[in-house]
Ligand binder design. Structure first.
Ligand code: ADP
Ligand SMILES: CCCC(=O)OP(=O)(O)O
Length: 358
């Protein structure tokens, strides 16, 4: 019997890029990454204000590739900051759209994934899905304790790619993901270090506006008392401080750009400040991996480095030199997110799974 062909458009809005792919079943036939400078992104006061710009970017990219959208079977977007939920493929519904528009758990570009997928799908009368959104929550109870009873730690991370890369690593080693103890470090616009203990992410830093290493555009953990003083100094509005932490934090705040490639060039030309800050980011990532290894009591099968920053050889070396004593370091540059989104949609289209309801 001939296999049914499903053509799926996948949409992955990240903080520094919009990535799209078109798949015929699990075969990628079109892939496009559009990078956004921090200036371009910072022109928009809120994430939802980026909606028309991101959607237009996607439609233009499809047009450039000569892709006829009328042949699509479904559209799948990266899921955003919803209420905490278990992993899986979800149909986009009205409750989800409302929460994404509101930013019920915060503001991040991935909130636009489900919204744009739904908008294009509605016009074509086909289903829209999201898969493993950034709020997938498998934290152990102990990991939720922040040390301040009014504030609970949250699971906000690159769930889609961390899970996809971890599963791929297990498969390559001929093992089951559920049998491994891995530390997966996704290094993109945000950086998250997840402790994958036998198939569950029991500990991870909240890479949006919680804690962990600083990243190209996020502040990560900052000294709490000093932050409180700044908030009440009368110098800043709430939204300004938030923007300094998310969007204008990290590399952007020290060096004015979220682009590690530009920073590497500046370092090669002798820019000492760029060298110090870039190495400080590697140092903080290494510290977070060290603390993740304590969660696993030192019994770590492998440390996986992934995301766009994992293309940077000197950056990867600066981390590896500090942590390779813990376990083998596997480098998986870029991400598996487009494939993981397509596979999640196709599992539902071919009846292998039923889409979950939000
Ligand atoms: N070849 C490369 N070398 C070093 N850094 C890179 C390279 N390619 C991309 N990056 C950096 O990776 C970061 C973006 O990672 P990515 O995973 O694409 O982020 P996001 O999905 O959050 O937009 C940027 O700082 C970018 O400059
Ligand atoms: C909100 C956690 C996921 C994240 O930081 O994604 P980007 O690196 O794509 O911004």
């Amino acid at each position: 019997m001939q296999e049914q062909l499903y053509r799926v458009l996948v949409i992955n809005p990240g903080s520094t890029s919009t990535k799209i792919g078109v798949f015929d079943n699990d075969i990628l036939i079109v892939e496009k990454t559009i990078r956004h400078s921090s200036e371009a992104i910072n022109e928009f006061p809120t994430i939802i204000d980026q909606y028309a710009f991101r959607k237009q970017t996607i439609l233009e990219a499809l047009d450039e590739e000569g892709m006829n959208v009328s042949k699509l079977s479904a559209i799948c977007g990266r899921g955003g900051l919803l209420r905490p939920i278990e992993g899986g493929t979800y149909s986009v519904n009205e409750a989800m759209l409302q929460d994404l528009r509101k930013g019920v758990s915060g503001q991040h570009a991935s909130n636009l994934g489900g919204i744009i997928a739904n908008e294009i799908a509605e016009g074509l009368n086909i289903p829209a899905f999201i898969v493993d959104p950034v709020v997938v929550d498998e934290l152990d109870p102990i990991a939720r304790i922040s040390g301040f009873s009014l504030i609970e730690r949250k699971s906000i991370f690159h769930a889609l790619n961390q899970k996809a890369v971890a599963r791929r690593y297990a498969k390559d080693k001929g093992k089951r993901y559920e049998d491994l103890r891995l530390i997966v470090t996704h290094m993109g616009g945000g950086i998250t270090v997840g402790v994958h203990k036998e198939g569950r992410v029991v500990e991870v830093n909240n890479g949006l506006h919680g804690d962990g290493p600083f990243s190209p555009e996020r502040a990560g953990t900052v000294p709490a008392g000093d932050l409180v003083e700044l908030c009440f100094s009368g110098q800043y509005y709430r939204h300004e401080i938030m923007k300094r932490l998310v969007g204008q934090g990290g590399l952007v705040s020290y060096l004015g750009t979220n682009d590690a490639v530009t920073i590497e060039k500046r370092i090669q030309k002798g820019d000492k400040q760029a060298e110090l800050v870039y190495d400080a980011m590697a140092y903080q990532v290494a510290k977070e991996i060290g603390s993740a290894s304590a969660v696993l009591e030192g019994k770590v099968d492998a440390i996986i480095l992934t995301g766009g920053l994992a293309y940077g050889k000197s950056f990867v070396k600066a981390i590896s030199d500090r942590i390779s004593w813990i376990a083998d370091v596997a480098v998986h540059p870029g991400e598996n997110e487009l494939q993981a989104l397509a596979e999640g949609a196709i599992r539902v289209l071919n009846g292998e799974e039923t889409a979950k309801n939000y």
